[in-house]
Write a protein that binds this ligand. Structure first.
Ligand code: HEC
Length: 153
């Protein structure tokens, strides 16, 4: 009996810190993706102001904001959403991501490609019309993903 308890305690001692370490990693990923998404939100707000005409067209600002979006997208960003971090307290990432990885990753790579294209177009003095069209294509990647994979607040 005593041995069984000792073994159980030993087993718990080994498992608990591992589980806690894992939970710490998950929290760090959640924190990181929140920061990235907030940065994306700031970049889109700035671009939205420019393309709606509320703020003057500033080529360098467009290039910089598009650079923020391309940094926070693609496969690196998709990797911040492992299965054990979904449907988690203090996260709005839905469990549906686990069953639709390909689509989830595809939208992140569309955002990555679109934002790089936007920066290139701004660098090469693309027309207002072209820039605006590309901006709205990029904006659609945000809402496409949020509609399916982010819990409604
Ligand atoms: C491929 C999916 C995907 C794409 C693309 C995407 N998001 Fe998100 N976004 C999410 C998910 C999932 C969450 C919820 C994350 C969480 O709570 O852990 C989120 C959360 C957010 C948040 C809230 C962050 C917080 O602190 O709670 C903001 C703001 C945001 N996204 C902005 C954007 C903008 C702007 C874009 C486009 C430039 C974008 N996102 C593109 C999936 C995506």
């Amino acid at each position: 009996m005593r041995i069984a308890i000792a073994i159980t305690l030993l087993a718990l001692g080994a498992v608990l810190p591992a589980a806690m370490a894992q939970e710490g990693d998950v929290q760090a990923l959640i924190e990181q993706r929140h920061q990235e998404m907030k940065a994306n939100g700031g970049a889109m707000k700035q671009l939205g102001g420019i393309f709606r005409g509320d703020a003057p067209y500033d080529r360098d600002a467009v290039i910089k904001a598009a650079g923020i979006l391309s940094k926070h997208s693609g496969t690196d960003s998709a990797a911040l959403f492992p299965d054990n971090s979904l449907e988690h307290s203090n996260s709005d990432a839905r469990i549906e991501i686990a069953d639709n990885r390909k689509r989830f990753e595809q939208i992140f790579s569309d955002l990555n490609a679109g934002s790089k294209e936007l920066a290139d177009l701004a660098r090469s003095d693309g027309s207002d019309k072209e820039l605006r069209a590309l901006f709205s294509k990029v904006a659609k990647t945000c809402s496409a993903c949020h509609t399916d994979f982010r819990a409604k607040n």
